[in-house]
Write a protein that binds this ligand. Sequence first.
Ligand code: ADE
Ligand code: ZN
Length: 340
Amino acid sequence: MTDLHRFIKALPKAELHLHIEGSLEPEQMFELAQRNNVTLPYGSVEDIRKAYDFNNLQEFLDLYYAGMSVLQTQQDFYDLTYAYLKRVHADNCRHVEIFFDPQGHTDRGIAFSDVIEGILDALAQGQTDFGISSHLILSFLRHLSEEAAFETLAQAEPYLDRIMGVGLDSSELGHPPSKFERVFAKAREMGLKLFAHAGEEGPPEYVYEALDLLKVDRIDHGNRSLEDDDLVKRLVDEQMVLTVCPLSNLKLCVVDDLTDHPLKTMLAMGLKATVNSDDPSYFGGYLNDNYIQTADALNLTQEEIVQLVKNGFEGAYLSPDRATELMFELATAVSAFRAQ
Ligand code: ADE
Ligand code: ZN
């Protein structure tokens, strides 16, 4: 392990772009399939891992939605979420803001209440057991209609005090943010924060739409913003947070190689980039893996790592007390490491 790897591990961190269903590990998929009498099209854990070879976002999404079929009960959603928290606790992750895809479950006949209550109970337990603070973001599937998104938002009403915001994910190309302008306006009126995947595979125009039509508070991914100088300038001026996911970008062929990843360039341009894992069980790495592999590929400095971690805390929706606490933990960890 290099000094930089030890440095990364020592720092408290936040994760702002994580799909809880994308943390379903093959072992847990098998276990839940057995528990729920679901037949999987795989003979072993190794077969599942071998299938995770994607040429684009859609190839991943097809397996991601198929994998969800093993999630059936409130306990399953609890176990899934608790396993993720336990795993990122080992990465010294101190705060998470996680997406869930309710339509991926309600469209299979699972009750919305089972999904959200399982996840919320585990998040509460994660706070108790690991000291991880958290927020939950309800994500709309953009390949479905805006009407379906409105129905999902209505199902969320009893839980509004425990949902921080709404997001927009799934197949980006052909499903621009403009398709969801009305439902995002409604979510905004309800006091929810707004997030959208944009510029992962879609063009810079989709990032403009997310900003101007949806009025998002963060852009998820945003990689293709770099194709438009005016857009980059605007994102820098507004200090718009980008939740960047390097290993996801590699696995989904958004970049050909991690050495081509734009993260270092983004920081140099003054963009408020953060590091996240997206769907760690499908993309081969949790939060520290994303930091470490990207740091190695791009020769990131300790200062750049600290900037990324700070961006994560500043881009998170932390209470003032929690923000102070985490910034203090960060400063303490950096000093302790440098004093060694
Ligand atoms: N759903 C889960 N992961 C996603 C990603 N990286 N892009 C779009 N939709 C997703
Ligand atoms: Zn994502």
